[in-house]
Design a protein around this ligand. Structure first.
Ligand code: FAD
Ligand code: MG
Length: 309
C-alpha cells in the first residue's frame, strides 16, 4: 500500500499530526513502538483540560479517536530504516514490513540518559524529574534538590527555589564561581559538594546518600538527562540537526519541515525542550504542512515558511 504520509512515532506529536491528515481525508500510516518518554510518570501536568490525567489515558483516548477515521492505518512496531525521496519514501520495520509514502513525519521523541547515580533510574518520574513545570507543584513546597550534570545545571538550581527550598548537589560535575555563588545565595540555595553515592526512595520521599555517610531527605530531585533522538531514521535520511544543551535534535523550520524535502518532524525529537503541549502543537503543524505540500500548486502560493495555517 502506498500512503500519502507515514508517521514514525505515534504518541502526542505523531497522533496530533495524523489527526489533521486523516481529517483531510488523506491516507496515513502510523508506526509506533509504544515507548513514550513520560511512561515513567503516573500523572501528566500542564496540558490544558488534562492536567493531572494519566499519560496512558490521554494517549488511549487520542488513539481511539484517531483510529476511528477510515484513512488511518496503525502498525505497532519499530521502524528501523527509511530511504527514498519526496513522493517516494520507504520505511522498513524491525519485523520486515515495508511501507511507502509521499511524505514522512518523524515524531519519535527522545531517549533520556540519566546521570550515572545508582537508584536514579528507578525513581525517574516518581521522585526524580527534569521539568519543574510538569512535577514541581506536586512536591508541595518541600525540600528539593538539584543534581548537577554540568555548569548548565545552574539553570535548574536558580529555577527550582520557586517550588521549594533547594539544595544544589554539585557532585564534582561543576564548581560555581563567585558570581554564580552569589546568584545561588540570592535564591537561598544551599550548595552541597559531597559526592552523591546513590539515591533511594520511600513513598513521597527521596534520600540522597552522600559519600561521607550523610543522608539528605527531599520531596523531589531535579536533574538534566542527556537526550538523544529515539531513532536513527532522521540521520539515515540526511536531515540536519541542531546542537542543544542536552543533546542534538532535528532542525525544522516554522512549518516543521526538516532540511530534507518531504520530511517533517515534530515533538521532542525536533525541539530543545519539549512537553506534551508543544508536541501536540508541533504535530498538528507538521500534519497540516505535510498535507498542504501534497496539493499541486499550493506551495507556490506560500511566499515563505511561517505565513499560512
Ligand atoms: P514521545 O511521547 O516520547 O513518543 C514518541 C513515540 O515514538 C514513542 O511511542 C516511541 O516508542 C515511538 N518511536 C520512537 N522511535 C520509533 C521508531 N523507530 N519506530 C516507531 N516508533 C518509534 N510533559 C508534559 O507536558 N507534562 C508532564 O507532566 C510531563 N511529565 C514527564 C515526566 C517524565 C518522567 C518525562 C521523561 C517527561 C515528561 N514530559 C511531560 C515530557 C513529555 O513526555 C514529552 O514532551 C512528550 O512525550 C513528547 O511527545 P512526543 O510525541 O514528541 O514523543
Ligand atoms: Mg509522537
Amino acid at each position: 500500500m502506498f500512503y500519502d504520509v507515514i508517521i514514525v512515532g505515534g504518541s502526542y506529536a505523531g497522533m496530533a499530526a495524523a489527526l489533521q491528515l486523516v481529517r483531510a481525508r488523506r491516507s496515513v500510516l502510523v508506526i509506533d513502538a509504544g515507548q513514550r518518554r513520560n511512561r515513567f510518570a503516573a500523572h501528566s501536568h500542564g496540558f490544558l483540560s488534562q492536567d493531572g490525567s494519566s499519560p496512558d489515558e490521554i494517549v488511549r483516548t487520542a488513539r481511539e479517536q484517531l483510529i476511528a477515521y477510515p484513512d488511518l492505518t496503525w502498525v505497532d512496531g519499530r521502524a528501523t530504516s527509511a530511504a527514498g525521496e519526496i513522493e517516494r519514501f520507504s520505511v522498513t520495520t524491525e519485523t520486515g514490513g515495508n511501507y511507502r509514502a509521499r511524505r514522512l513525519i518523524l515524531a519519535t521523541g527522545v531517549v533520556d540518559t540519566l546521570p550515572d547515580v545508582p537508584g536514579l533510574q528507578e525513581l525517574w518520574g516518581r521522585n526524580v524529574f527534569h521539568c519543574p513545570y510538569c512535577h514541581g507543584f506536586e512536591t508541595n513546597k518541600g525540600q528539593l534538590g538539584v543534581l548537577a550534570v554540568s555548569a548548565m545545571s545552574m539553570h535548574q538550581a536558580l529555577m527550582i527555589p520557586d517550588w521549594g527550598r533547594t539544595t544544589f548537589f554539585t557532585n564534582s560535575k561543576f564548581e560555581p564561581d563567585a558570581e554564580q555563588l552569589a546568584a545561588l545565595s540570592a535564591r537561598d540555595v544551599s550548595v552541597e559538594r559531597a559526592t552523591v553515592e546513590r539515591v533511594s526512595g520511600k513513598g513521597e520521599t527521596i534520600s540522597v546518600h552522600l559519600e561521607d555517610g550523610r543522608t539528605v531527605e527531599l520531596a523531589g530531585l531535579f536533574t538534566m538527562p542527556r537526550t538523544d533522538t529515539a531513532s536513527p531514521i532522521a540521520e539515515q535520511l540526511g536531515c540536519a540537526f541542531e546542537d542543544g544543551p542536552l543533546g542534538a535534535f532535528i532542525r525544522v523550520d516554522a512549518m516543521k519541515a526538516t532540511s530534507v524535502p518531504g520530511v517533517y518532524a515534530a515533538g521532542d525529537n525536533a525541539t530543545m525542550a519539549g512537553s506534551v503541549t508543544f508536541a501536540v502543537a508541533d504535530g498538528a503543524r507538521a500534519g497540516t504542512s505535510a498535507h498542504q505540500s501534497i496539493i499541486p500548486g499550493l506551495a507556490a502560493l506560500h511566499p515563505k515558511p511561517g505565513n499560512h495555517h
